[in-house]
Design a protein. Sequence first.
Length: 412
Amino acid sequence: MATEALAAQRPLTPIDLSDNALYTENRWHAPFAELRRTAPLSYREDSPFGAYWSAVTYDLVQQIELDWQTWTSAWDKGNITIADGVGEIDFPNFIAQDPPIHTAQRKVISPAFAPSQMKTREEQVRARCAELLDGLPVGETFDWVERVSIPQTLGMLLILFDMPYDEWRDLKRWSDYASAVSADNLTDEFRAEFMEQMGQMLARFDRELEARRELPPTDDLLSRMVHSEAMGNMTPMERIANIALLIVGGNDTTRNSMSGLVEALDLYPDQLDLLHGDRALIPNAAQEIIRWQSPVTHMRRTATRDTELAGQRIREGEKMIMWYISANRDESVFPDSDRFDVTRENARRHLSFGHGIHRCVGARLAEIQIGTLIEEIVDRGWRIVPEGAPPRLPSPFLHGFTEMPVRIEKRR
Ligand code: HEM
Protein backbone atom coordinates (compact mmCIF):
# COMPACT_ATOMS: atom_id res chain seq x y z
CA MET A 1 0.00 0.00 0.00
CA ALA A 2 1.23 3.52 -0.79
CA THR A 3 2.76 5.39 2.15
CA GLU A 4 0.08 8.13 2.04
CA ALA A 5 -2.78 5.60 2.05
CA LEU A 6 -1.21 3.75 4.95
CA ALA A 7 -0.67 6.95 6.91
CA ALA A 8 -4.29 8.00 6.30
CA GLN A 9 -5.53 4.89 8.15
CA ARG A 10 -3.44 5.49 11.21
CA PRO A 11 -4.97 6.79 14.44
CA LEU A 12 -3.20 10.10 14.91
CA THR A 13 -1.86 11.31 18.25
CA PRO A 14 -3.76 14.56 18.77
CA ILE A 15 -0.98 16.32 20.67
CA ASP A 16 2.78 16.09 20.57
CA LEU A 17 3.69 13.94 23.60
CA SER A 18 7.32 15.05 23.30
CA ASP A 19 6.38 18.65 24.15
CA ASN A 20 8.39 19.68 27.23
CA ALA A 21 5.50 21.82 28.47
CA LEU A 22 3.45 18.70 29.24
CA TYR A 23 6.05 17.77 31.82
CA THR A 24 7.19 21.15 33.11
CA GLU A 25 3.53 22.09 33.68
CA ASN A 26 2.70 18.63 35.05
CA ARG A 27 -0.29 18.18 32.75
CA TRP A 28 0.58 14.88 31.09
CA HIS A 29 -1.93 12.78 33.04
CA ALA A 30 -5.11 13.61 31.07
CA PRO A 31 -3.75 13.26 27.50
CA PHE A 32 -2.19 9.88 28.28
CA ALA A 33 -5.37 8.67 30.05
CA GLU A 34 -7.41 9.67 27.01
CA LEU A 35 -5.04 7.82 24.66
CA ARG A 36 -5.14 4.69 26.82
CA ARG A 37 -8.93 4.74 26.43
CA THR A 38 -9.15 5.65 22.76
CA ALA A 39 -5.88 4.95 20.91
CA PRO A 40 -3.35 2.69 22.71
CA LEU A 41 -1.15 2.87 19.62
CA SER A 42 -1.15 6.12 17.66
CA TYR A 43 1.04 8.02 15.21
CA ARG A 44 2.30 11.60 15.30
CA GLU A 45 3.54 12.92 11.99
CA ASP A 46 5.17 16.12 13.09
CA SER A 47 7.30 16.88 16.13
CA PRO A 48 10.70 18.49 16.65
CA PHE A 49 12.01 14.90 16.67
CA GLY A 50 10.21 13.86 13.48
CA ALA A 51 7.40 11.31 13.17
CA TYR A 52 6.87 8.69 15.89
CA TRP A 53 4.48 6.03 17.11
CA SER A 54 3.26 6.06 20.72
CA ALA A 55 2.47 2.92 22.74
CA VAL A 56 0.73 3.98 25.93
CA THR A 57 -0.70 0.85 27.57
CA TYR A 58 1.00 -1.67 29.84
CA ASP A 59 0.48 -4.67 27.53
CA LEU A 60 1.74 -2.93 24.42
CA VAL A 61 4.90 -1.67 26.09
CA GLN A 62 5.63 -5.17 27.42
CA GLN A 63 4.96 -6.71 24.02
CA ILE A 64 7.38 -4.36 22.24
CA GLU A 65 10.10 -4.83 24.87
CA LEU A 66 9.94 -8.62 24.56
CA ASP A 67 10.29 -8.65 20.75
CA TRP A 68 13.77 -7.19 20.38
CA GLN A 69 14.19 -8.81 16.97
CA THR A 70 11.44 -6.58 15.54
CA TRP A 71 12.13 -3.58 17.77
CA THR A 72 15.80 -2.75 17.77
CA SER A 73 17.67 -0.66 20.33
CA ALA A 74 20.78 -0.41 18.12
CA TRP A 75 22.26 3.09 18.07
CA ASP A 76 23.19 2.80 14.39
CA LYS A 77 19.58 2.03 13.40
CA GLY A 78 18.03 4.82 15.47
CA ASN A 79 18.45 5.54 19.14
CA ILE A 80 16.93 4.62 22.48
CA THR A 81 15.22 7.97 23.01
CA ILE A 82 12.94 10.05 20.83
CA ALA A 83 15.90 12.25 19.79
CA ASP A 84 17.91 10.65 17.03
CA GLY A 85 21.24 11.28 18.78
CA VAL A 86 23.73 14.06 19.09
CA GLY A 87 23.80 14.94 15.42
CA GLU A 88 26.26 12.76 13.58
CA ILE A 89 28.02 11.54 16.71
CA ASP A 90 27.97 7.76 17.33
CA PHE A 91 27.11 6.70 20.87
CA PRO A 92 27.65 2.94 21.01
CA ASN A 93 26.83 1.89 24.58
CA PHE A 94 25.32 -1.45 25.48
CA ILE A 95 21.82 -0.15 26.20
CA ALA A 96 21.87 0.90 22.53
CA GLN A 97 22.95 -2.49 21.17
CA ASP A 98 21.10 -5.70 20.35
CA PRO A 99 22.37 -9.23 21.04
CA PRO A 100 25.02 -10.55 20.74
CA ILE A 101 27.03 -7.39 21.65
CA HIS A 102 24.43 -6.35 24.22
CA THR A 103 24.41 -9.78 25.87
CA ALA A 104 28.21 -9.95 26.13
CA GLN A 105 28.66 -6.44 27.53
CA ARG A 106 25.73 -6.68 29.95
CA LYS A 107 27.31 -9.87 31.34
CA VAL A 108 30.41 -7.87 32.28
CA ILE A 109 28.43 -5.25 34.23
CA SER A 110 25.58 -7.22 35.81
CA PRO A 111 27.61 -9.23 38.40
CA ALA A 112 28.34 -5.88 40.12
CA PHE A 113 24.60 -5.79 40.95
CA ALA A 114 24.22 -9.44 41.96
CA PRO A 115 22.51 -10.21 45.31
CA SER A 116 25.90 -11.24 46.77
CA GLN A 117 27.15 -7.66 46.22
CA MET A 118 24.03 -5.97 47.54
CA LYS A 119 24.62 -6.65 51.26
CA THR A 120 27.78 -4.52 51.24
CA ARG A 121 26.15 -1.89 49.02
CA GLU A 122 23.21 -1.65 51.41
CA GLU A 123 25.53 -0.89 54.33
CA GLN A 124 27.37 1.72 52.26
CA VAL A 125 24.11 3.32 51.10
CA ARG A 126 22.81 3.51 54.69
CA ALA A 127 26.00 5.05 56.06
CA ARG A 128 26.03 7.68 53.30
CA CYS A 129 22.32 8.41 53.66
CA ALA A 130 22.52 8.82 57.45
CA GLU A 131 25.50 11.17 57.10
CA LEU A 132 23.69 13.29 54.50
CA LEU A 133 20.45 13.53 56.49
CA ASP A 134 22.30 14.33 59.72
CA GLY A 135 23.84 17.33 57.96
CA LEU A 136 20.51 18.85 56.85
CA PRO A 137 19.33 22.18 58.36
CA VAL A 138 16.11 21.08 60.10
CA GLY A 139 13.55 23.92 60.18
CA GLU A 140 15.24 25.93 57.37
CA THR A 141 14.49 26.00 53.65
CA PHE A 142 16.95 24.12 51.44
CA ASP A 143 17.01 22.36 48.05
CA TRP A 144 16.33 18.63 48.47
CA VAL A 145 17.65 17.87 44.96
CA GLU A 146 21.01 19.54 45.66
CA ARG A 147 21.44 18.39 49.27
CA VAL A 148 20.01 14.84 49.14
CA SER A 149 18.98 13.39 45.76
CA ILE A 150 22.14 14.32 43.84
CA PRO A 151 24.87 13.55 46.39
CA GLN A 152 23.18 10.33 47.51
CA THR A 153 22.99 8.88 43.98
CA LEU A 154 26.38 10.14 42.79
CA GLY A 155 27.97 8.92 46.02
CA MET A 156 26.77 5.40 45.24
CA LEU A 157 28.11 5.57 41.69
CA LEU A 158 31.53 6.64 42.91
CA ILE A 159 31.50 3.64 45.25
CA LEU A 160 30.66 1.38 42.29
CA PHE A 161 33.58 2.92 40.34
CA ASP A 162 35.81 2.88 43.46
CA MET A 163 36.63 6.56 42.95
CA PRO A 164 36.88 9.40 45.53
CA TYR A 165 33.60 10.96 46.69
CA ASP A 166 34.84 14.53 46.18
CA GLU A 167 34.65 14.02 42.39
CA TRP A 168 30.84 14.03 42.46
CA ARG A 169 30.56 17.51 40.90
CA ASP A 170 32.49 16.40 37.79
CA LEU A 171 30.33 13.32 37.51
CA LYS A 172 27.20 15.44 37.79
CA ARG A 173 28.35 17.79 35.04
CA TRP A 174 29.16 14.94 32.65
CA SER A 175 25.89 13.24 33.45
CA ASP A 176 23.97 16.45 32.76
CA TYR A 177 25.66 16.81 29.37
CA ALA A 178 25.17 13.17 28.43
CA SER A 179 21.42 13.39 29.16
CA ALA A 180 20.83 16.93 27.86
CA VAL A 181 20.18 16.07 24.23
CA SER A 182 16.92 17.63 23.13
CA ALA A 183 15.46 19.03 19.95
CA ASP A 184 16.34 22.61 20.72
CA ASN A 185 19.99 22.15 21.63
CA LEU A 186 21.21 20.11 18.67
CA THR A 187 23.25 23.10 17.53
CA ASP A 188 26.87 23.09 16.44
CA GLU A 189 27.71 24.89 19.65
CA PHE A 190 26.05 22.21 21.80
CA ARG A 191 27.73 19.42 19.85
CA ALA A 192 31.12 21.05 20.42
CA GLU A 193 30.45 21.52 24.15
CA PHE A 194 29.16 17.97 24.42
CA MET A 195 32.30 16.54 22.83
CA GLU A 196 34.52 18.74 24.99
CA GLN A 197 32.85 17.45 28.18
CA MET A 198 32.84 13.84 27.00
CA GLY A 199 36.55 14.19 26.18
CA GLN A 200 37.26 15.40 29.72
CA MET A 201 35.27 12.50 31.11
CA LEU A 202 37.16 10.01 28.95
CA ALA A 203 40.55 11.39 30.00
CA ARG A 204 39.60 11.07 33.70
CA PHE A 205 38.17 7.55 33.35
CA ASP A 206 41.00 6.33 31.12
CA ARG A 207 43.43 7.07 33.96
CA GLU A 208 41.34 4.87 36.26
CA LEU A 209 40.88 2.12 33.67
CA GLU A 210 44.59 1.95 32.87
CA ALA A 211 45.52 1.85 36.56
CA ARG A 212 43.19 -1.14 37.04
CA ARG A 213 44.55 -2.97 34.01
CA GLU A 214 47.85 -3.35 35.91
CA LEU A 215 46.14 -4.73 39.03
CA PRO A 216 44.34 -8.04 39.72
CA PRO A 217 40.55 -7.92 39.01
CA THR A 218 38.29 -6.53 41.73
CA ASP A 219 34.55 -6.00 42.16
CA ASP A 220 34.38 -2.39 40.99
CA LEU A 221 32.76 -1.62 37.64
CA LEU A 222 35.88 -0.23 35.97
CA SER A 223 37.99 -3.22 36.96
CA ARG A 224 35.28 -5.56 35.64
CA MET A 225 35.36 -3.66 32.35
CA VAL A 226 39.13 -3.66 31.68
CA HIS A 227 39.54 -7.29 32.71
CA SER A 228 36.79 -8.56 30.41
CA GLU A 229 36.92 -9.74 26.83
CA ALA A 230 33.74 -7.89 25.82
CA MET A 231 34.72 -4.50 27.29
CA GLY A 232 38.48 -4.68 27.81
CA ASN A 233 39.46 -3.20 24.44
CA MET A 234 36.74 -0.74 23.54
CA THR A 235 37.24 2.20 21.18
CA PRO A 236 37.35 5.68 22.80
CA MET A 237 33.74 6.32 21.68
CA GLU A 238 32.58 2.99 23.17
CA ARG A 239 34.31 3.86 26.43
CA ILE A 240 32.70 7.31 26.51
CA ALA A 241 29.27 5.92 25.70
CA ASN A 242 29.36 3.11 28.25
CA ILE A 243 30.68 5.27 31.07
CA ALA A 244 28.05 7.88 30.26
CA LEU A 245 25.41 5.12 30.33
CA LEU A 246 26.40 4.04 33.82
CA ILE A 247 26.53 7.62 35.09
CA VAL A 248 23.22 8.75 33.56
CA GLY A 249 21.51 5.40 34.22
CA GLY A 250 22.46 5.44 37.88
CA ASN A 251 22.12 9.13 38.52
CA ASP A 252 19.25 11.03 36.91
CA THR A 253 16.80 8.20 37.45
CA THR A 254 17.24 7.39 41.13
CA ARG A 255 17.75 11.10 41.83
CA ASN A 256 14.29 11.95 40.53
CA SER A 257 12.59 9.15 42.46
CA MET A 258 14.15 10.56 45.61
CA SER A 259 12.71 14.00 44.84
CA GLY A 260 9.39 12.50 43.73
CA LEU A 261 9.20 10.79 47.11
CA VAL A 262 8.96 14.19 48.78
CA GLU A 263 6.15 15.21 46.45
CA ALA A 264 4.25 11.94 46.97
CA LEU A 265 4.47 12.00 50.76
CA ASP A 266 3.34 15.62 50.78
CA LEU A 267 0.34 14.95 48.50
CA TYR A 268 -0.58 11.77 50.44
CA PRO A 269 0.33 12.43 54.09
CA ASP A 270 -1.81 9.45 55.16
CA GLN A 271 0.74 7.21 53.41
CA LEU A 272 3.56 8.57 55.59
CA ASP A 273 1.39 7.81 58.63
CA LEU A 274 0.97 4.23 57.38
CA LEU A 275 4.75 3.86 57.07
CA HIS A 276 5.21 5.11 60.63
CA GLY A 277 2.65 2.57 61.79
CA ASP A 278 4.22 -0.33 59.92
CA ARG A 279 7.87 -0.16 58.87
CA ALA A 280 7.41 -3.46 56.98
CA LEU A 281 5.58 -1.48 54.28
CA ILE A 282 8.74 0.44 53.33
CA PRO A 283 10.09 -1.93 50.62
CA ASN A 284 6.70 -1.77 48.88
CA ALA A 285 6.65 2.01 49.28
CA ALA A 286 9.97 2.11 47.38
CA GLN A 287 8.40 0.12 44.53
CA GLU A 288 5.34 2.34 44.56
CA ILE A 289 7.33 5.56 44.34
CA ILE A 290 9.26 4.19 41.36
CA ARG A 291 5.91 3.36 39.68
CA TRP A 292 4.14 6.59 40.64
CA GLN A 293 7.01 8.92 39.79
CA SER A 294 8.25 7.03 36.66
CA PRO A 295 11.71 8.67 36.38
CA VAL A 296 12.21 7.54 32.76
CA THR A 297 9.31 8.93 30.74
CA HIS A 298 9.93 6.75 27.71
CA MET A 299 12.35 4.52 25.84
CA ARG A 300 12.37 4.26 22.08
CA ARG A 301 12.77 1.38 19.64
CA THR A 302 13.00 1.30 15.83
CA ALA A 303 11.19 -1.22 13.59
CA THR A 304 13.64 -3.59 11.88
CA ARG A 305 11.00 -4.70 9.34
CA ASP A 306 7.45 -3.96 8.20
CA THR A 307 5.22 -5.33 10.94
CA GLU A 308 1.77 -5.23 12.54
CA LEU A 309 0.99 -4.24 16.09
CA ALA A 310 -2.39 -3.65 17.71
CA GLY A 311 -3.99 -3.75 14.27
CA GLN A 312 -1.67 -1.08 12.83
CA ARG A 313 0.79 -1.54 10.00
CA ILE A 314 4.20 -0.19 10.87
CA ARG A 315 6.98 0.37 8.37
CA GLU A 316 10.63 -0.65 8.73
CA GLY A 317 12.66 2.21 10.20
CA GLU A 318 9.72 3.86 12.00
CA LYS A 319 10.19 5.14 15.51
CA MET A 320 8.25 3.55 18.39
CA ILE A 321 8.02 5.36 21.73
CA MET A 322 7.14 3.22 24.76
CA TRP A 323 5.65 5.66 27.25
CA TYR A 324 6.44 4.10 30.65
CA ILE A 325 4.89 7.10 32.36
CA SER A 326 1.54 6.05 30.85
CA ALA A 327 1.94 2.25 31.15
CA ASN A 328 2.51 2.77 34.89
CA ARG A 329 -0.86 4.53 35.07
CA ASP A 330 -2.71 1.80 33.12
CA GLU A 331 -5.90 1.35 35.17
CA SER A 332 -6.35 -2.23 33.94
CA VAL A 333 -3.21 -3.17 35.88
CA PHE A 334 -3.04 -0.45 38.60
CA PRO A 335 -6.54 0.53 39.81
CA ASP A 336 -6.84 4.16 40.92
CA SER A 337 -3.46 4.53 39.27
CA ASP A 338 -2.86 8.24 39.99
CA ARG A 339 -3.01 7.52 43.71
CA PHE A 340 0.27 6.94 45.59
CA ASP A 341 -0.58 3.87 47.68
CA VAL A 342 2.15 2.19 49.75
CA THR A 343 -0.08 -0.86 50.23
CA ARG A 344 -0.65 -1.38 46.48
CA GLU A 345 -0.33 -5.14 46.05
CA ASN A 346 1.23 -5.15 42.60
CA ALA A 347 3.37 -2.00 42.84
CA ARG A 348 6.43 -4.03 41.86
CA ARG A 349 4.89 -4.84 38.46
CA HIS A 350 5.64 -1.29 37.29
CA LEU A 351 7.54 -0.81 34.03
CA SER A 352 9.80 2.03 35.20
CA PHE A 353 12.81 -0.28 34.85
CA GLY A 354 11.69 -1.48 31.42
CA HIS A 355 11.19 -5.14 30.65
CA GLY A 356 12.90 -7.94 28.74
CA ILE A 357 16.57 -8.09 27.79
CA HIS A 358 17.34 -4.42 28.61
CA ARG A 359 15.52 -4.35 31.97
CA CYS A 360 17.51 -2.03 34.23
CA VAL A 361 20.65 -3.70 35.52
CA GLY A 362 20.75 -1.37 38.56
CA ALA A 363 17.12 -1.93 39.60
CA ARG A 364 17.87 -3.64 42.91
CA LEU A 365 20.43 -1.01 43.86
CA ALA A 366 17.93 1.76 43.08
CA GLU A 367 15.30 0.05 45.27
CA ILE A 368 17.81 -0.23 48.11
CA GLN A 369 18.74 3.45 47.82
CA ILE A 370 15.12 4.62 47.86
CA GLY A 371 14.02 2.15 50.56
CA THR A 372 16.91 3.24 52.78
CA LEU A 373 16.03 6.90 52.32
CA ILE A 374 12.42 6.21 53.36
CA GLU A 375 13.59 4.26 56.44
CA GLU A 376 15.91 7.06 57.50
CA ILE A 377 13.13 9.66 57.09
CA VAL A 378 10.65 7.53 59.06
CA ASP A 379 13.19 6.76 61.81
CA ARG A 380 13.86 10.47 62.29
CA GLY A 381 10.13 11.21 62.60
CA TRP A 382 10.37 13.78 59.81
CA ARG A 383 7.83 15.32 57.51
CA ILE A 384 9.47 16.97 54.48
CA VAL A 385 7.37 19.97 53.44
CA PRO A 386 7.81 21.38 49.89
CA GLU A 387 8.05 25.19 49.79
CA GLY A 388 6.00 26.13 46.74
CA ALA A 389 5.69 24.28 43.44
CA PRO A 390 9.05 22.70 42.48
CA PRO A 391 10.37 23.44 38.95
CA ARG A 392 10.19 20.39 36.72
CA LEU A 393 12.68 19.06 34.17
CA PRO A 394 12.09 20.33 30.62
CA SER A 395 12.54 16.90 29.02
CA PRO A 396 10.36 14.33 27.27
CA PHE A 397 12.84 11.60 28.34
CA LEU A 398 13.63 12.08 32.03
CA HIS A 399 10.80 12.91 34.39
CA GLY A 400 11.67 14.87 37.49
CA PHE A 401 12.69 18.11 39.09
CA THR A 402 15.44 20.64 38.68
CA GLU A 403 14.96 21.84 42.28
CA MET A 404 12.83 20.89 45.26
CA PRO A 405 12.86 23.62 47.95
CA VAL A 406 11.72 22.03 51.23
CA ARG A 407 11.65 22.44 55.00
CA ILE A 408 11.91 19.57 57.46
CA GLU A 409 9.37 19.45 60.27
CA LYS A 410 9.07 16.94 63.08
CA ARG A 411 5.86 14.88 62.91
CA ARG A 412 3.50 15.64 65.79
C1 HEM B 1 18.57 0.33 31.82
C2 HEM B 1 15.39 2.82 34.47
C3 HEM B 1 18.58 3.01 38.16
C4 HEM B 1 21.98 1.36 35.15
C5 HEM B 1 17.44 0.99 32.22
C6 HEM B 1 16.24 1.11 31.43
C7 HEM B 1 15.36 1.83 32.17
C8 HEM B 1 15.99 2.14 33.44
C9 HEM B 1 13.97 2.25 31.76
C10 HEM B 1 16.04 0.61 30.01
C11 HEM B 1 15.10 -0.56 30.00
C12 HEM B 1 14.67 -1.01 28.63
O1 HEM B 1 15.11 -0.47 27.60
O2 HEM B 1 13.89 -1.97 28.60
C13 HEM B 1 15.97 3.06 35.71
C14 HEM B 1 15.28 3.64 36.84
C15 HEM B 1 16.16 3.70 37.88
C16 HEM B 1 17.42 3.15 37.41
C17 HEM B 1 13.82 4.09 36.81
C18 HEM B 1 15.98 4.23 39.28
C19 HEM B 1 14.82 4.41 39.88
C20 HEM B 1 19.77 2.55 37.68
C21 HEM B 1 21.00 2.42 38.44
C22 HEM B 1 21.96 2.00 37.57
C23 HEM B 1 21.33 1.80 36.28
C24 HEM B 1 21.13 2.75 39.93
C25 HEM B 1 23.42 1.74 37.79
C26 HEM B 1 24.18 2.22 38.71
C27 HEM B 1 21.33 0.92 34.00
C28 HEM B 1 22.01 0.28 32.88
C29 HEM B 1 21.03 -0.04 31.93
C30 HEM B 1 19.77 0.44 32.48
C31 HEM B 1 23.50 -0.01 32.78
C32 HEM B 1 21.21 -0.75 30.59
C33 HEM B 1 20.71 -2.18 30.70
C34 HEM B 1 20.68 -2.94 29.39
O3 HEM B 1 20.62 -2.34 28.31
O4 HEM B 1 20.77 -4.18 29.43
N1 HEM B 1 17.26 1.60 33.44
N2 HEM B 1 17.25 2.79 36.08
N3 HEM B 1 20.01 2.15 36.38
N4 HEM B 1 19.99 0.99 33.72
FE1 HEM B 1 18.61 1.79 34.94
